[in-house]
Design a protein around this ligand. Structure first.
Ligand code: HEC
Length: 144
């Protein structure tokens, strides 16, 4: 008789333990769910920049001719706001014939050179067509 009671007691104890552990685990899982909900970090999705064929060509013009001196997204890259400061036609002429502009003492070109304290007329990209420079400016307008 005593033997059977001990067996029943052991089985009951075992079942109660299993139940206890199960309840503990369930509760723990619930708490975990709550925690992650509290710490959800908002994901900022950046809109991808899709370039047209012309803008892609403009990007290449920039990278091959201008990027070594004019770094994008840098305060001293001189590029971030050129489109706000100068008309497109001026930028085209300046890029292709800064020397001629200096010769005729174009006031804007003279000011640019004074501002940077130089008089080198570095921009003589006559091999670039107006359209190529325009594509480059469209590219800049899109990425800034
Ligand atoms: C060798 C270096 C160098 C390269 C390459 C170069 N630039 Fe410049 N750029 C300068 C310097 C230095 C200045 C400022 C002084 C000056 O005008 O010479 C400047 C100024 C400018 C400005 C006026 C910016 C302002 O802040 O007023 C424009 C517009 C410009 N560059 C366009 C271009 C374009 C477009 C190209 C590529 C086709 C190009 N640059 C390539 C050195 C360079």
């Amino acid at each position: 008789m005593k033997g059977i009671t001990t067996v029943i007691n052991s089985v009951l104890l075992f079942l109660i333990s299993v139940l206890g552990i199960t309840l503990y685990m369930l509760n723990k899982n619930k708490q975990n769910v709550k925690k992650t909900e509290e710490y959800v970090v908002p994901i900022v999705v950046k809109k991808p920049i899709i370039l047209t064929k012309e803008e892609q060509e403009g990007k290449e013009v920039y990278e091959e001719n201008c990027s070594m001196c004019h770094k994008m997204f840098k305060k001293d890259g001189h590029f971030e706001d050129i489109l706000e400061r100068y008309p497109v036609d001026f930028i085209i002429t300046f890029t292709r014939q800064e020397d001629s502009l200096l010769q005729i003492k174009d006031p804007v070109t003279v000011t640019i050179n004074e501002e940077y304290n130089r008089n080198l007329a570095e921009h003589q990209y006559k091999e670039l067509s107006a359209d190529e420079i325009r594509n480059m400016l469209d590219y800049i307008r899109k990425v800034y």
